[in-house]
Design a protein around this ligand. Structure first.
Ligand SMILES: [Zn+2]
Length: 418
């Protein structure tokens, strides 16, 4: 069984025409509402669901019984009641199945397995070399997913879905990875490959979009309706949440602000242009500034270090011990970050800006510098004061976001194309 078996109408009504509210579809809608309420409000009772949803008690009972029979919901003792019989309480069954969230980064793959309540049950990280190419890296990722699914305690349905964040432009309609500048991949039908090999639903999206959803579901952005999430690591991507939903744009490519030109004659970018925001504010850009200072002979405890072996943590440690080269590199990154964020704030008027990945999570110093720029460039007092916070899931934003993509599908009613 997979997610689709939850829905009787699947295949008949989804994305087809004409649409009529036949019994199967109405039932699927109601079942999704009931399951959603149990997932979000557990422990809850049949009477509570009936009251909150407006569905009559008989309908709720019948749908709950189906969800129990399918193993998605369990009864967990009795609750309190002022009058009459004490209600039997319900919650999602954590042992129903597992979900795996994956971050395919430029130099590593991070995986997190959770139960359907999003409780983390396993995690792993493995290094990859982008020079190995698409076939080897995809094979490594598939093997890691299968091995993780096989190593966790057994569940009723086993692996029920996989959500993946990738460092590139993903077509929303097909899960095609159209272009990943830092991996140098083009037109990889990643979703199709993964569905064929894993035999479960797979959701693929840009890593900043997936990270945004991770923070929105489980991190600093819970209950925030309008927010911008920046993934600032080797590259720089933006996930835009408008009215609680990710903004994908026409084909799914929205959020590629990392390639917005900040400095026309600036450093070269992986995309082939010059002076992109990513080429000035990313981890690679920060380290490149340190290497340049070393080559210019400026005094630093990082002298003699090689470009590919320096990490943001080492820069932050050097800065904390008074190293001026490290401090200046981080301050400049904060400044460039702030210039771009001010533009995003003026464009989207978000409630909150969350900065994640290695640069976002390395040091508050970077975000403090970014806030100085935002205060200088914001157009109104309100925009100047938009909060900029670190991703509260740290390095897990994207992998947890992958889990949220599967949960979002599991908990959503069938979509109707009109
Ligand atoms: Zn670029």
């Amino acid at each position: 069984m997979n997610i689709k078996n939850l829905r009787q109408s699947e295949g008949n009504n989804r994305h087809s025409w004409p649409i009529t509210g036949n019994q199967g579809l109405v039932k699927d809608l109601n079942k999704a509402i009931v399951f959603n309420m149990i997932w979000r409000s557990a422990p809850t009772s049949r009477a509570d669901i009936s009251r909150a949803s407006g569905l009559n008690r008989t309908t709720v009972s019948s749908l709950v019984n189906e969800l129990i029979a399918e193993g998605y919901v369990i009864e967990v003792g009795v609750g309190e009641s002022a009058l009459g019989r004490k209600p039997i309480m319900l919650q999602s069954n954590p042992d129903a199945g597992i979900i795996i969230g994956v971050e395919l980064a430029v130099n590593c793959i991070r995986l997190i397995a959770s139960d359907i309540m999003a409780n983390v049950i396993s995690r792993s990280e493995l290094a990859i070399d982008p020079a190995d190419g698409v076939d080897t890296i995809v094979e490594t990722m598939l093997r890691a997913i299968k091995s993780m699914a096989a190593s966790v305690p057994s569940t009723l349905w086993g692996l029920i879905g996989v959500g993946v964040g990738v460092p590139g432009l993903v077509r929303s309609s097909s899960g095609l990875l159209a272009f990943a500048p830092n991996l140098k991949w083009r037109n990889v039908p990643l979703k199709d490959i993964m569905v064929e090999r894993l035999g479960v639903p797979v959701f693929v999206d840009n890593e900043a979009n997936v990270g945004a959803m991770g923070e929105r579901w489980f991190g600093a952005g819970v209950d925030v309706q309008n927010m911008v999430y920046l993934s600032v690591g080797i590259g720089l991507g933006v996930g835009i949440v408008i009215n609680g939903e990710l903004y994908h744009g026409s084909a799914g490519y929205a959020g590629e602000m990392g390639h917005f030109t900040i400095q026309p004659d600036g450093p070269e970018c992986g995309c082939g242009n010059r002076g992109c925001w990513e080429a000035l504010a990313s981890e690679s850009a920060t380290i490149a500034r340190v290497i340049q200072a070393i080559e210019e002979g400026r005094p630093t405890i990082l002298a003699g270090r090689e470009k590919h072996k320096l990490t943001m943590d080492e820069l932050v440690n050097a800065c904390a011990s008074g190293d001026e080269v490290a401090r200046k590199a981080l301050v400049d990154t904060g400044m460039y970050l702030g210039i771009g964020i001010a533009g995003l704030i003026n464009t989207f008027n978000p409630d909150l800006v969350i900065v994640g990945s290695t640069v976002g999570c390395c040091s508050r110093l970077v975000l403090d510098e970014a806030e100085k720029e935002i205060r200088a460039r914001g157009l109104t007092q309100l925009t100047k004061e938009v909060q900029v916070v670190q991703a509260s899931l740290g390095p897990d934003s994207c992998a947890m976001g992958g889990i949220s993509l599967v949960l979002n599908d599991l908990l959503s009613p069938p979509k109707i194309a009109l």
